[in-house]
Design a protein around this ligand. Structure first.
Ligand SMILES: [Zn+2]
Length: 237
């Protein structure tokens, strides 16, 4: 796999003027990132709030994200500056599942940072991975720990939860649960959502195959004009 590369246009050009702020990510083994305040505040409501008003972060020009992982924040930085999500592991099985887990953590980070475009792009990367054949010539879907991480860290209304339930309802096989997840990985809420979706599917007519809506899991809902994909062509290359 050459890597998943998604492009979006937050603006025609980055505003690279103004100060650099410091983002300290992680606890004991923390890593310090420098990021243009204008760039990150244009993308993240969390940073916009932190850098305005009387917050102490605003005065020190420094934000601490002690509970986040530097590797996952690095993914976010790649997205901010390069419009890419570098997903390169094409191993099957649990090794490849680690990359789904990384994307799940990135989604949860996007929730914290309140960056809807990033969350949409992360789910697109997950979907793209499910449709790519890995090194064993098969397509692999997220299992066990990915489900646990999403369900432990997102709200009931999360699009990431809906995506996982839809993947299992439409494509899943029982061995995904039997062989690739232990009971502790499977939150009751997920099993409840899955049971409802499977029972609902039984009473619905078969949906004819066709191109799925690329915005089906995006946070912008009906407002497709603000989708990061719709502005793709506006950015100079
Ligand atoms: Zn969209």
């Amino acid at each position: 796999m050459s890597g998943i590369k998604l492009r979006c246009s937050k603006d025609a050009y980055f505003d690279l003027t103004g100060p650099i702020i410091e983002v300290i990510v992680g606890d004991e083994k923390h890593v310090t990132f420098g990021v243009h305040e204008n760039v990150i505040c244009a993308a993240s409501q969390f940073f916009k709030k932190a850098m305005s008003g009387d917050w102490s972060e605003s005065k020190s020009r420094s934000v601490r994200l002690a509970n986040e992982e530097p590797e996952v924040f690095h993914l976010y930085m790649q997205w901010l500056y390069r419009d890419t999500l570098p997903v390169r592991n094409d191993s099957p099985g649990l090794e490849g599942n680690a990359e789904y887990l990384q994307l799940a953590k990135a989604y949860v980070l996007g929730d914290l940072l309140q960056d809807g475009n990033f969350k949409d792009a992360v789910l697109d990367a997950m979907i793209e991975r499910t449709t790519s054949k890995l090194s064993d010539g098969k397509m692999w879907f997220p299992v066990g720990p990915v489900i646990r991480h999403i369900y432990d860290n997102t709200m009931k209304s999360s699009e990431a939860r809906r995506l996982l339930v839809d993947m299992y309802t439409q494509t899943g096989r029982s061995d995904w649960l039997r062989n690739w997840a232990c009971p502790e990985d499977l939150p009751k809420e997920f099993l409840y959502d899955l049971a409802i979706a499977v029972l609902d599917k039984r009473s619905q007519p078969e949906i004819p195959a066709g191109s799925p809506d690329p915005c089906a899991y995006h946070q912008h809902k009906a407002h497709k004009s603000i989708c990061y994909r719709s502005r793709l062509a506006q950015k100079p290359h």
